[in-house]
Structure formats: C-alpha cells, structure tokens
Design a binder for this molecule. Structure first.
Ligand SMILES: [Mg+2]
Length: 342
C-alpha cells in the first residue's frame, strides 16, 4: 500500500526562440509550474502546468494557490491505487482551476508508472516511437512569412498550422497562397483563427480558399457559439475543428448534438488531466469525430505526455505537438516532421 505524504511545486522560466503570436495572445517566455507528489515509500512523481489566461482563464496565481492549498488537502494522507481512482475521488470534485488539476493528474500517472515499473508510454498504451506533428506559423505580416516558413522547412516539417487573426480576407488568402507556394502541394496546411472571426467571415473564407487544399479550419469563431460552428460546418466541405469550444465532456456532448465540428483538438490543460481527456476522447470517437492531440506552449513534461497520448489514441494522424520546438532549450527531439518519444 502506498500513501501520498507530501506535495510541493517549483516554478522555472522557459524562454521561447521567438514570440508565439495568435489571435488570443503573444508569448515569449513561459513560467513552467512543476508539481511533485511524494509517497511514504520515498517515490517522487512529477506533473506540470502553465498558465494560459487568454485560453483557459487560469492564471499562475490560481494554479499555484490550488497546488498549495486545496489539492494537498485532498491528497495528502490518501492511499494510492491508480491515477484514475485518485483523480475521480480526490481531485475531480475540487472547485479549482483545470490547469492545477492537470498538473496533479500528470504526477498521479507518473506515480502509477513508477509503481508498476513501466514507462509512461506503456502505461498509456502508446506503441509508436514517434508521432507526426504540425508546426505553427504564428500571426505575421506578409513580408515575414517567407523567412518563418523557410526555417520550418529546413527543420523537416511537412505540416503547417497557420495562425490568422481578423484582417482583410484578401490579405489572409495572399498569406496562405504564399505559404502554399513555399511548402508545395504535398505538405499539410491547416488554419487556426483562435476565435477571431465571425460566422460570415468564416464561410466567406472557406468559399474563397477552396483551391488551397486546406485540411481543416480550427476554431474560427468565439468558443461559446457552438451553434455558429455548426452553421459553418454545414456550409463547407472543408473540415472544421473545435479547440477552445471543447474543454469538458459537457462541451463535447454539445458539439456532437449540434454537429458543430468534424474534428476536435484535445489538450490535457483544457480538460484538467489525462483521466478526463481520455473520457472525452472516447466520447468523440464513439460519435465518429476525429481527434487531434495538442498542447499549450508548455514544458517538456506536458508536451511529452501529449505526444504519448497522441501515439496511443491516434498514432497515424498529424497532431499539434510543436510546443517544445518553440523553446530555446528542450530535451524533446523533432525531425522529419515528427516528435520522438524515445
Ligand atoms: Mg487551436
């Protein structure tokens, strides 16, 4: 029998190679909050979180307060049997931010893997050594695009997620045409507007971009408007992906009921941990919705777990796992458009 006897967090800076700009935010350095739980048999297990106030609403203060107060109060002294059991009984009922729940859930899975003497890959059912990922082209002016794309081409990426904001439609199309000419017809091109557009603008964009072979349009409109997302989906043959519209199982159910999206981008920090993410992924699959695993701009632990989940749930798809590539320093290796799990 293993008992959790202590927990603490540690914050460290993570500078990025360039500023990461989307319609929601610009970030050039992260503060990674590592979270450690200790057991009575001397095991230390680690999880991790970052603040993403513009996306989840969760701030550093809220995450660290939860990790210092409510979560240890619920956790310390409990017997550990499995990550899922502890998450469901002790963590899920807490009224704290999802990004704090995610940090402790990663630590719980690390503990389960250590106790079972298996790797996280084995524990989560990932049988592949690498997973294909896109690379983000952040919001940029037309004149900046060529150099941004050449760096990514030189590093072997073959799928491009282009961030666009609200701007003249012709300018967006000009940018995408330029990117398509640089990456060629065999590379993947996907667009993420991070909620910046209206329903009308989204439909107009999809009608005018049919020659560009866009794989999917991600979260074009404000997250709460799932009905609007359904209108866009029905108006176009291009696939629509929900991201900020899908945090919880309630969101997932609503997206399915309304027919809002063909695909959903799942992230551990949005759903509050591995346990709830796996449940939401299962629901999506039952409904015939395609899943993609992504991450926030976060630390190596978070990106590694996201990559393992991608390899376990959908090993043949191209996911959204480039966050560690953005860091000035990372132990995660990218090559040939893939993130390596070795
Ligand atoms: Mg997104």
């Amino acid at each position: 029998m293993t008992r959790i006897v202590n927990a603490f967090s540690r914050v460290s800076p993570r500078p990025l190679r360039n500023t990461f700009s989307t319609a929601l935010r610009s970030v050039s350095e992260l503060e990674v909050i590592a979270y450690c739980i200790e057991t009575d048999d001397g095991i230390q297990a680690w999880g991790e979180s970052v603040e993403t106030p513009a996306i989840t609403g969760d701030t550093n203060v809220a995450i660290q307060n939860a990790l210092a107060k409510e979560i240890p109060m619920a956790l310390i002294g409990t017997e550990f049997h499995s990550a899922r059991a502890t998450w469901n009984s002790a963590i899920s009922p807490l009224d704290v931010v999802a990004s704090a729940k995610a940090a402790v859930d990663l630590a719980l899975y690390d503990l389960e893997a250590q106790l079972a003497e298996v790797s996280m890959n084995t524990l989560l059912g990932c049988k592949v050594e690498s997973v294909a990922t896109d690379v983000t082209v952040p919001i940029a002016s037309l004149s900046e695009i060529e150099s941004l794309v050449s760096i990514r081409l030189a590093e072997g990426f073959s799928s491009y997620k282009v961030k666009l904001g609200m701007e003249d439609l012709t300018l967006s199309l000009e940018k995408l045409l330029l990117i398509r000419s640089l990456i060629g017809n065999d590379s993947g091109l996907r667009v993420d507007a991070n909620q910046a557009w209206s329903v009308e603008h989204s439909i107009e964009f999809l009608q005018s971009s049919s020659d560009l072979n866009i794989e999917y349009l991600e979260q074009p409109i404000i997250s709460a408007n799932k009905r609007g997302l359904a209108i866009i989906s029905k108006a176009s043959d291009t696939k629509i992906m929900a991201d900020e519209s899908c945090f919880t199982m309630g969101d997932m159910n609503e997206l399915i009921d309304l027919g809002s999206a063909d695909l959903v981008n799942l992230k551990v920090l949005k759903s509050g941990g591995i346990t709830p993410l796996l449940e939401i992924a299962q629901r999506a699959e039952q409904a015939g919705m395609g899943i993609s695993i992504g991450s926030m701009m976060e630390g190596d632990r978070g990106v590694t777990v996201a990559s393992i989940l991608a390899g376990a749930l959908a090993p043949t798809l191209v996911h959204d796992l480039d966050a560690a590539w953005w860091a000035k320093e990372s132990t995660i290796k990218y090559s040939d458009g893939r993130v390596w799990l070795l």
